[in-house]
Design a protein around this ligand. Structure first.
Ligand code: IMP
Length: 186
């Protein structure tokens, strides 16, 4: 832990270190490159949470891929999704006939990705797969198949490496469990 970085003081503990993340991202990139050999997939970053994972992952994926970005909001309390999903920024390009790989930071209830999967499927992609850095399967409320997963984690609210609480902590290089005292009472 970087003791000079005050953001770490708000963590209960570090869950996944930057070294573990880097190793996993290399593995995932290689696996994706093997699975999509001979294809030109479009990798879609789900903003904002997946931004750090996405920029690392595409650089570990040696394929003639293209990128696009989508921003989603799911309303709810500070640390739980409500189930109401809204597209804040749509894709710039059509995905009709394309091999699409959606890159997400974390799957919790599964509601956000299940909405996205149905939405993107209706646009005529040739194939659609989902990659997530983190998965909290205990919290699943709707069935969702994840094709690539970095780490299965326990039911705790985590921040860092792109994941936020109230827009903060995205710039932590490691992933940690946020100390509940930071959000209790909200
Ligand atoms: P779901 O719809 O419940 O699967 O929630 C997915 C979205 O909720 C993610 O894309 C995150 O933006 C957010 N989220 C869920 N769990 C966490 C967490 O532990 N930390 C930060 N954001 C989270």
């Amino acid at each position: 832990m970087d003791q000079n970085n005050a953001l770490y003081h708000d963590l209960e503990r570090i869950l996944v270190t930057r070294e573990e993340i880097a190793q996993k991202v290399r593995e995932l990139g290689q696996k994706i490159a093997d699975d999509y050999a001979g294809k030109n997939p479009v990798m879609i970053c789900i903003l904002k949470g997946a931004c750090v994972f996405f920029t690392d992952l595409i650089r570990e994926t040696p394929l003639p891929l293209t990128t696009d970005f989508m921003a989603i909001s799911s309303y709810g309390s500070a640390t739980k999704t409500s189930g109401v999903v809204r597209i804040l920024k749509d894709l710039d390009h059509s995905i009709a006939g394309k091999d699409v790989l959606v890159i997400e930071d974390i799957v919790d209830s599964g509601i956000t990705l299940s909405f996205l999967r149905d939405n993107l499927k209706s646009r005529g992609a040739a194939s659609l797969r989902i990659a997530t850095l983190l998965d909290k399967p205990e919290q699943r409320k709707v069935p969702l198949h994840v094709d690539y997963c970095g780490f299965i984690i326990p039911d705790a609210f985590v921040v860092g490496y792109g994941l936020d609480y109230d827009e903060r902590y995205r710039n932590l290089p490691d992933i940690g469990i946020l100390d509940p005292s930071v959000y209790s009472g909200k």
